[in-house]
Design a binder for this molecule. Structure first.
Ligand code: FMN
Length: 234
């Protein structure tokens, strides 16, 4: 498999195994440790931003981050994702109106007391100004299946897991490129397929506003689990 970004992928089904050598140079342990420690600090500085500046962002950095996300592993290498980059202010306004409609219903009772209690420390409400303030939105779609040219429907495997991993890699790439983001999951998200004209095999996964934090940006004072709390070594 060539890493060339020029190469065009096409869906395959039942192709034979074609191995190619993979022999990356091994990194010295000292270099691994130095990189890992730096990355740990960098990633610890990532925060979900909900107040964005309308300032423009270097758009190629966003495209590069999507390209990073698209290197994610996926079930049976089916790469079941589409990233829609929305800059058009009118479309962002339509997304905001539809999202706020759903969020109002959610916050007015659909979520239930337990869910609302879980959200309380985050200070969120039904107003989603980030959808129009941030200069770009990346709307991530899962491809639940693919349609062959002869109309045959082919199932995709581990779609939730694959797209979740890709979105994690996207957030990491955006953060390491100096851009802030938010994973926004208005529920239900059906309106996104309609507003963005996506095909029926695609299901919205998340809306990710991208930009710089507004000068007055604040984030909730959250505590992350320590390494000892999340890592079990056997
Ligand atoms: C799957 C997923 C869905 C989320 N949905 C929302 C959302 O709809 N609205 C929102 O404001 N934040 C949302 N978030 C952001 C989380 O609230 C945030 O990641 C969490 O509070 C931790 O904060 P941090 O990202 O600053 O570490 C979501 C995050 C994930 C991973």
């Amino acid at each position: 498999m060539s890493p060339s970004p020029q190469q065009q992928w096409t869906p395959t089904h039942g192709e034979p195994y074609r191995p190619v050598p993979y022999r990356p140079a091994r990194m010295p342990a000292t270099e691994s440790l130095a990189r890992a420690a730096r990355l740990r600090t960098t990633m610890d500085e990532r925060r979900t931003v909900r107040q964005f500046s309308p300032d423009p962002i270097p758009e190629q950095a966003v495209r590069d981050a999507v390209a990073c996300a698209a290197t994610a592993p996926s079930g049976a290498h089916q790469q079941p994702w589409t990233f829609v980059l929305v800059r058009d202010p009118q479309i962002r306004r339509r997304i905001r109106e539809a999202a706020e409609h759903e969020e109002r219903v959610s916050y007015d009772g659909r979520l239930g007391e337990e869910w609302l209690a879980a959200l309380r420390p985050l200070g969120t409400d039904a107003v989603k100004s980030h959808l129009t303030d941030a200069p770009a939105l990346i709307v991530v779609f899962q491809q639940r299946y693919w349609l062959a040219e002869d109309g045959t429907k082919h199932k995709h495997y581990y779609v939730d897991e694959s797209v979740g991993i890709a979105v994690g890699m996207l957030l990491s790439a955006l953060h390491q490129s100096g851009l802030a983001a938010l994973v926004h999951t208005p529920s239900p998200m059906r309106f996104l397929r309609e507003v963005l004209g996506r095909p029926v095999n695609e299901k919205a996964f998340a809306v990710i506003p991208v930009g710089y934090p507004a000068p007055e940006c604040e984030v909730p004072d959250l505590v992350r689990k320590s390494l000892e709390q999340v890592l079990v070594e056997i």
